[in-house]
Design a protein around this ligand. Structure first.
Ligand SMILES: Cc1cc2nc3c(=O)[nH]c(=O)nc-3n(C[C@H](O)[C@H](O)[C@H](O)COP(=O)(O)OP(=O)(O)OC[C@H]3O[C@@H](n4cnc5c(N)ncnc54)[C@H](O)[C@@H]3O)c2cc1C
Length: 439
């Protein structure tokens, strides 16, 4: 039986990950300085850095390490915030925004350095990240965004149309922002490698151990799984807003909006195409609302993302078909007729695309750093949270702690990404027919 798109075994990352990791379920009474719920990048990076600093750290994962968005994403290492420029982040968050922006601007180096330090075999490729304009009218806006990131310390330059087209191997783009520190990796292998490194540093990691409840017991938090009780003064819920069965956890979930995103991998592509299409192997995500995001893999395929504008049932058929059309239109040298791998995962969005550090109760943190672009931010936020677990210095965190604030009319809000996609696609086409505007 072939795996369906919700099964992680359907992903190329699962088929090709060189890192292996396995951990036993949690049992008995466990006491720790720090308890972490969730084995994605955020929980794992927090566990690694906390254990390295000498904290007794325990992490429980409901399924296997990397089962959430972390093991199924596109693997583009992007040192930038999704949709939000540095000035906007600083205007919204003040000094914390400055801290957040500097973390992200230099963040891809932090990810690749961590991979090198722990010898994580995740096909890491620090080849840079391209953010091209799909319409000439968007060039001034993108250039201004590039200058904004440059002023914030990012290693970004502007590529004029001719150079961008040569580097991408497509005539369809009109210039590009280029960050030389970005790149790509196999995300499932990265998650497993972080788990191995955390475990080596002394963190107790447990798979197949869903947290069933989190409650206060005197000055400790008490986390119950099916076969264990964990006590710790600080709990970090790194579940990407999941845990609907917990009252305070449900509040976190209702403060965000879920978005299903597909990932697809082409067949292995011939040498002639490899030499012509993104020959320097940068990762690429363009200026469209209906994002065009691609990268090469270590085994010479292209991975591309996509969203279903209508239902997920229809999406399983339509999204791969549409992805083949998009790739052939952008890179006519491809002549693709199918995808070899199709899988999907749930991203978590905040209303303004900025990350949040929710605090359901004192000593219980629930960060959300997804918004469809989180490899850099989750890794570095994990390091900052580990530091906070040690010194308790709230001011040193790159985000303010805030109470979860459920979005009104949640049922309707959850449909918003699906409803906005067709409108975004119309805006993408309009941008192509407009004259250049000032950003
Ligand atoms: C399809 C897709 C493509 C993406 N592409 C990119 C990309 O190319 N580049 C990029 O930078 N970002 C990308 N992202 C975003 C990135 O994947 C996320 O930002 C990041 O993985 C979030 O990590 P996390 O640790 O917060 O959450 P997750 O990785 O979702 O981890 C949460 C974990 O918590 C576990 N859990 C849930 N409930 C419980 C419980 N009760 N008890 C114990 N464990 C529990 C889950 O099983 C899961 O493993 C993409 C996201 C998606 C969905």
């Amino acid at each position: 039986m072939t795996a369906g798109p919700d099964d992680i075994a359907a992903s190329l990352w699962h088929a090709t990950a060189k890192e292996r990791f396995e951990a036993p379920a949690a049992t008995g009474d466990i006491t720790a300085d720090l308890a972490i719920i969730g084995g994605g990048f955020l929980g794992l990076s927090t566990a690694l850095h906390a254990a390295e600093a000498g904290l007794t750290t325990v992490l429980v994962e409901a399924g296997r390490i990397g089962d959430g968005a972390s093991g199924r994403n596109g693997g583009l290492v992007v040192p930038s915030l999704p949709r939000v420029g540095p000035s906007q982040a600083i205007a919204t968050l003040g000094d914390r925004g400055r801290h957040l922006v500097s973390l992200v601007a230099g963040g891809a180096r932090g990810v690749f350095d961590l991979i090198a330090k722990h010898h994580i075999a995740c096909d890491a490729f620090p080849s840079g990240w391209l953010h091209p304009a799909h319409a000439a009218s968007l060039v001034p806006k993108l250039r201004a965004r590039m200058e904004d990131w440059h002023a914030a310390g990012a290693s970004v330059t502007w590529l004029e149309a001719a150079e961008a087209r040569d580097r991408i191997g497509s005539r369809r783009f009109h210039g590009a922002m280029f960050d030389s520190t970005g790149g790509h990796l196999n995300p499932l292998a990265y998650a497993r490698g972080l788990a191995r490194a955390a475990s080596t540093a002394g963190a107790q990691i447990h798979e197949r151990s869903p947290a069933r409840s989190v409650r206060r017991d005197k000055d400790q938090w008490l986390i119950e799984t099916d076969a264990a009780t964990i006590r710790a003064p600080l709990v970090i819920q790194a579940t990407n807003a999941q845990m609907p069965d917990l009252r305070a956890g449900a509040k976190v979930r209702r403060s965000t909006v879920p978005l299903i995103v597909y990932q697809m991998a082409t067949p292995v592509l011939p040498e002639a195409v490899r030499a012509d299409l993104l020959p320097d192997r940068e990762s690429l995500s363009d200026s469209r609302n209906n994002l065009f995001a691609v990268r090469w893999t270590a085994d010479h395929r292209i991975v591309i993302g996509g969203m279903a504008p209508i239902s997920q049932a229809a999406g399983t058929m339509r999204v791969p078909r549409r992805a083949v059309q998009r790739l052939n239109a952008t890179f006519p040298q491809l002549s693709l007729d199918r995808m070899d791998y199709v899988w999907r995962a749930r991203a978590t969005l905040t209303g303004d695309f900025l990350p949040r550090l929710f605090q359901p109760a004192p000593g219980w943190l629930a960060p959300i750093a997804c918004n469809g672009r989180g490899i850099v931010l989750t890794t570095l936020l994990g390091r900052a949270l580990a530091r906070f677990a040690i010194d308790g210095d709230e001011q040193a965190l790159p985000l303010p702690m805030v109470a979860p604030k459920p979005i009104k009319a949640q049922a309707l809000a959850r449909l918003i990404p699906q409803l906005l996609l067709p409108l975004g696609m119309i805006a993408d086409r309009r941008a192509e027919s407009r004259q250049p505007e000032r950003g």
